[in-house]
Design a protein around this ligand. Structure first.
Ligand SMILES: [Zn+2]
Length: 252
């Protein structure tokens, strides 16, 4: 049997409220799961990775759920206005939701990363605590750290936009090595100044030998303005005792 319009409207009102509530609950679950993982991880590097990989996508999901909830909730009182207005109102709701979604998505993509970057920097250089002595460890410089990196790691530092940080407990010699990837981590774009400039790909121009340094080209691309840049980097000699470093040469 077909429902009369009045019955349909009554059940719609109910369903819209249920959907709105469910959407809020789902959004909260997504957000709380992220927040709890963040709050419970003690290691600054674990926190760094979590923020880097998950924070923006979590906030994006949260805002989608909130927009859905608002849209359904705003349209759950139609018994007062009737069906004709409901169609118009649904249309307006969809337009507003899309606009709100675009605004939030742009803020998360272009402004929020500045705030993320500040926190990431703090976490990366926050003194690590030695589990042996409970004292602060020392972060080695690029030159000092090579002793602690095996050849594979040094090669990776040279070519794959990867940075290793080496922390040493000077009392016990305990070391902690952390890996940071340039492909996941955006820098400030020299053109538009947003924090959206990433290494896109790399190419070895000259293989390093035991006698000579090699050369590497890194291709950067901005996610916002599309600005592209290639930068030459020196690749340190093969000898493990030589000091390594990826010092940027002038851009070409
Ligand atoms: Zn840019």
């Amino acid at each position: 049997m077909l429902e009369t319009p009045l019955e349909f409207i009554e059940s719609w009102d109910q369903w819209a409220k249920i959907i709105a509530l469910a959407s809020i609950v789902l959004g909260l679950i997504v957000f709380l799961r992220y927040w709890l993982t963040y709050a419970m991880s003690k290691d600054p590097k674990a926190k760094y990775d979590l923020i880097n990989m998950k924070e923006i996508s979590t906030l994006k999901s949260l805002s989608v759920f909130i927009i859905i909830a608002l849209a359904f909730f705003a349209n759950s009182f139609i018994d007062e206005i009737g069906m004709a207005w409901m169609v118009i109102r649904s249309f307006v709701t969809i337009c507003l939701s899309v606009i709100l979604g675009v605004i939030i998505s742009n803020m998360l993509k272009f402004y929020y990363p500045f705030y993320v970057e500040k926190r990431l920097k703090k976490l990366r250089y926050k003194p690590r605590v030695s589990p042996k002595t409970g004292k602060a460890m020392k972060l080695l410089s690029e030159e000092e750290e090579d002793v602690y990196l095996d050849e594979g790691m040094q090669a990776e530092e040279n070519v794959f936009s990867i940075d290793y940080d080496v922390w040493v407990d000077e009392e016990t010699g305990f070391t902690k090595i952390e890996k940071y990837s340039g492909h996941l981590h955006a820098q400030q774009c020299p053109e538009c100044n947003y924090q959206t400039f990433k290494v896109d790909r790399e190419e070895i121009l000259a293989q390093p030998t035991e006698l000579e340094e090699g050369e590497l080209m890194k291709y950067f691309e901005c996610n916002y303005c599309g600005h592209k840049e290639s930068r030459r980097f020196r690749v340190s000699k093969m000898k493990p005792t030589e000091s390594s470093g990826t010092e940027p040469a002038p851009a070409v």
